[in-house]
Design a protein around this ligand. Structure first.
Ligand SMILES: Nc1ncnc2c1ncn2[C@@H]1O[C@H](COP(=O)(O)OP(=O)(O)OP(=O)(O)O)[C@@H](O)[C@H]1O
Ligand SMILES: [Mg+2]
Length: 254
């Protein structure tokens, strides 16, 4: 593996205490297929970390491993030092982890308000805190106020992604895992979503962002990991990579 610079911010902060998210040497399987072969990464509060790589590299599997949605047979996944390998997805939410899946999964017939209430229930927070979390999601996406009573599956693609990120924020008090949220969106809508995720990180969340648009991810991110065939083949500070015009060809073969 190569690194663009020596110890990045996460590695420096590790000495001060446990990372918000630490994925360590994770081995993940679909049946007999050994997909992740020792993936390690960290995310700290206030950081937006991009996870890049070609189709089939293992990005979604990494995020699903964190969420307890695939079989992990080795390694550790810790949130603030507490290991949650083997916990089901409902329990992972209680650690303050929110997840935006690759397909945005709006249940037909559910309004935006109902989507948010369900996310509140999933967070298992006390009722008043659920309401407060829904209020915070609406502060992040005030555009949704006007659509609260509409069927979320009938909103535009960009609005549906706002609902998906809003739901994740309601569960994810500390950490957001965001898988391909800009896919299929018009460039200006995608850029707005990217800026919103950056702001969410600036306000203290850790954000792990899987993104096909590597250029955009690099502009938003503090640090970058590149996966290939279930292995981290490169990690580096985004500032250093932004100064290196050849890196995408070298690491992503784009
Ligand atoms: N449900 C599944 N059952 C078996 N194999 C799977 C399953 N989902 C993914 N895979 C395989 O696991 C590997 C990693 O897939 P993954 O979806 O994690 O890649 P990815 O980096 O997210 O790709 P993409 O950019 O296309 O979303 C691929 O070889 C893929 O074919
Ligand atoms: Mg994927």
């Amino acid at each position: 593996m190569s690194t663009a610079q020596g110890a990045g911010p996460a590695e420096r902060q590790d000495a001060a205490g446990p990372a918000l998210l630490q994925v360590e040497e994770v081995q993940a399987y679909y049946g007999l297929a050994h997909v992740l072969q020792g993936v390690s990464l960290t995310v700290q509060p206030g950081e937006l970390v991009a996870l890049l790589g070609r189709n089939g590299a293992g990005k979604t599997t990494t995020v699903k491993s964190i969420m307890g949605l695939v079989t992990v047979r080795g390694g550790h996944i810790r949130c603030e030092g507490r290991d949650f390998v083997g916990l089901p997805a409902e329990s992972v939410a209680q650690f303050g982890v929110g997840y935006v899946p690759e397909d945005r999964r709006m249940f037909p017939g559910l309004t935006v308000r109902e989507n948010f209430r369900l996310a509140g229930l999933g967070s298992r927070l006390p009722k008043a805190e659920q309401q407060a979390a829904i209020g915070r999601a609406l502060q992040v996406f005030p555009q949704l106020e006007a659509h609260l009573d509409r069927d979320a599956s009938r909103l535009s693609g960009g609005q549906q992604q706002m609902v998906a990120v809003g739901r994740a924020l309601i569960c994810g008090r500390k950490l957001l895992l965001v898988d391909e949220v800009t896919q299929g969106l018009a460039p200006n809508i995608a850029a707005d979503m990217g800026a919103t995720l950056r702001r969410i990180a600036d306000e203290g969340h850790g954000v792990l962002l899987v993104e096909q648009n590597s250029q955009m991810a690099l502009e938003l991110a503090d640090r970058v990991y590149v996966l290939d065939q279930g292995v981290v083949v490169h990690r580096g500070d985004a500032v250093a990579l932004r100064r290196d015009p050849g890196w995408m060809e070298r690491y992503l073969q784009l």
